[in-house]
Design a protein around this ligand. Sequence first.
Ligand code: AMP
Length: 191
Amino acid sequence: MFNLVIFGAPGSGKGTQSERLIDEYGLYHISTGEVLRDLIARGTELGKVADSYISKGNLIPDDLMVSILADILDSNPEAAGGVIFDGFPRTINQAKALKQMLADRGAKVHAVVGLEVEDDELIERLVKRGKESGRSDDNLETIKQRLEVYHTQTSPLKDYYVAEGKYHAIPGSGSIDSIFESIKESLSTIR
Ligand code: AMP
């Protein structure tokens, strides 16, 4: 069993690399962003609450996000075989909650892959994606807010996972294939 966190700023390639990692390691994919966008698309009450944060580029409050994640873990037995967490945790509180949630289920985070990309490149990628994705948060104003949120609330997680000896820093520029090879090579030390 192997639980992996894929970590990085918006636009760093978490979703793209997750797709490859799922195949490589046979993991169950949980993208909290996708889960929230699905709730919004279905017009649920929870979706309406989520949309009020997402459309402004802000994070969903920790308590709510953690309870949504716990529900997903409990309602998907495949998750017990190993998960790739994509977009979660995004705060130190979420990381602590994840540690507890997994410990309660006899599991742990084995590794954190941190995709590191400069802000200028992130903005360029997200603006381009916005033209194709139709995502309400891929516009310049919201992108800048999401990067601000990343730097203030999410990036401190790097030190948290470095201290736990789990952080694998991966330069996130270059081709999708070469980045994937770097991830595999880095993880080969623990797999
Ligand atoms: P993503 O698809 O991962 O870029 O997430 C899109 C948006 O969903 C984020 O900008 C947040 O508003 C929200 N979101 C996704 N994951 C989380 C999380 N772990 N905690 C709080 N908000 C989240």
